[in-house]
Design a protein around this ligand. Structure first.
Ligand SMILES: *Cc1c(COP(=O)(O)O)cnc(C)c1O
Length: 394
């Protein structure tokens, strides 16, 4: 899918200053060296099983299926992983890579704090120094996650420049990397950023799709008709989609956050409503102004609130292999309530976007058709926010 320069069609690449170019080239070489190394694979699988709790179940949502009266709905339960989402798959993979590279200091950026917590968790277990850059505004909005990271032994650095949010945290992390490249590993949290990060993160998240494929073949003796996942940067979606890309009979649907509605401009849906451009060192669909600068985004789900998207998703959209749709805040909240009530599973607000799409499409499909939805995370972190949303919107 991607050539050696990290392009997916016209998307991807690495638009970075020369200092960073060398570091990324070295990272690519190290990754390619270890990813197929049997002792690396064995070590990764050991931690995925005994620490993360994999394989995650592929659960037949019988009650929701009955209620909707259409296609059979299966949920890939990434919410049951240690720390409660798919993010730990990538954090464990990259921290093992850092360890092989002989690096003892790990840095990461975080917006809502989820990737920061996953990184801090992996670093705690492997006894690595961990520094998390976080926009100062985000440290205030997500104070509990800051405390979580500190409990896990990480140092959280509030970034006070610019808009004091995710973009500035990425810039600060990249500067740190260029300055401290000999002893530092930069752990990126989604299938975004310059090459080779989209490739590395997809690799470590693909365990989701590999397991789902094996599990559905065992349960139903055939592949699903549809696979559905929410798309922020796009890592849980790429993880589910990638092993199915060559199976042309499987339809692929990515779900972006429509926020208050695509027509309002208050959303974070670059694939549905953006244009190609360059952000954070790579080319993708992005939400931008006339000058190509990223514009403010909105989603009720903090983890989906990003103006760019993975280059491979941009490519899958243009080639037509995947379809991208958008779900609004209120629809996501309805799905959050529906899955809690019908199945006894409280989904993350991010994952609720995928659930909302499934609730829309399942009734129109035949009873013998199969949908697999990725339940990327659990919703305990979102209960307070949903309570307030319902209070303010009723
Ligand atoms: C961070 C997050 C997402 C969005 O990130 P992707 O890279 O698009 O997967 C989705 N779901 C949950 C639960 C998350 O924490």
């Amino acid at each position: 899918m991607s050539n050696s320069r990290g392009y997916y069609g016209e998307f991807g690449g690495a638009f970075v200053p020369p200092g960073l170019e060398k570091i990324l080239k070295n990272l690519e070489e190290e990754f390619l060296r270890y990813k197929d190394d049997q002792s690396f694979i064995d070590e990764l699988n050991y931690y995925l099983r005994d620490y993360v709790g994999r394989p995650s179940p592929l659960y037949f949502a019988e009650q929701l299926t009955k209620k909707l009266g259409g296609a059979k709905i299966y949920l890939k339960r990434e919410d049951l992983n240690h720390t409660g989402s798919h993010k730990i798959n990538n954090a464990i993979g990259q921290v093992l890579l850092a360890k092989r590279m002989g690096v003892k200091r790990v840095i990461a950026e975080t917006g809502a704090g989820q990737h920061g917590v996953a990184t801090a968790t992996a670093c705690a277990m492997f006894n690595m120094e961990c520094i998390i850059y976080m926009g100062e505004l985000d440290t205030q909005r997500q104070a509990l996650n800051v405390f979580r990271m500190e409990l896990l032994g990480a140092k959280v650095v509030p970034v006070k420049r610019g808009t004091r949010s995710l973009k500035d945290a990425v810039d600060a992390a990249l500067e740190d990397l260029v300055e401290n490249a000999d002893n530092t590993y930069y752990m990126l949290g989604s299938v975004v950023g310059p090459h080779p990060y989209p490739l590395i993160v997809r690799h470590f998240q693909s365990v989701i799709g590999r397991e789902a494929k094996e599990q559905i073949l065992e349960k139903e003796n055939r592949l699903p008709d549809y696979i559905v996942a929410c798309v922020g940067g796009g890592s849980n979606a790429m993880g589910l989609f990638y092993p199915f890309i060559e199976d042309k009979e499987v339809k692929i649907i990515g779900v972006e956050p429509a926020g208050l509605g695509l027509e309002t401009g208050k959303h974070a849906a670059p694939l549905c409503a953006g244009k190609p451009g360059v952000i954070h060192g790579f080319k993708c669909y992005m939400m931008q102004d006339e000058n190509g600068n990223p514009i403010p985004t909105h989603s009720i789900a903090a983890g989906l609130d990003y103006p760019g998207v993975g280059p491979e998703h941009s490519y899958l959209k243009d080639t037509g292999r995947a379809e991208y749709v958008a779900i609004k805040d209120d629809e996501a909240v309805e799905a959050f309530k529906e899955l809690s009530n019908t199945e006894g599973i409280i989904p993350a607000l991010e994952s609720s976007h995928a659930i909302a799409q499934i609730i829309k499409m399942a009734p129109k499909l035949d009873k013998n058709q199969i949908i697999i939805g990725n339940l990327s995370g659990r919703g305990d972190k979102d209960v307070q926010q949903v309570k307030e949303y319902i209070k303010n919107n009723s």
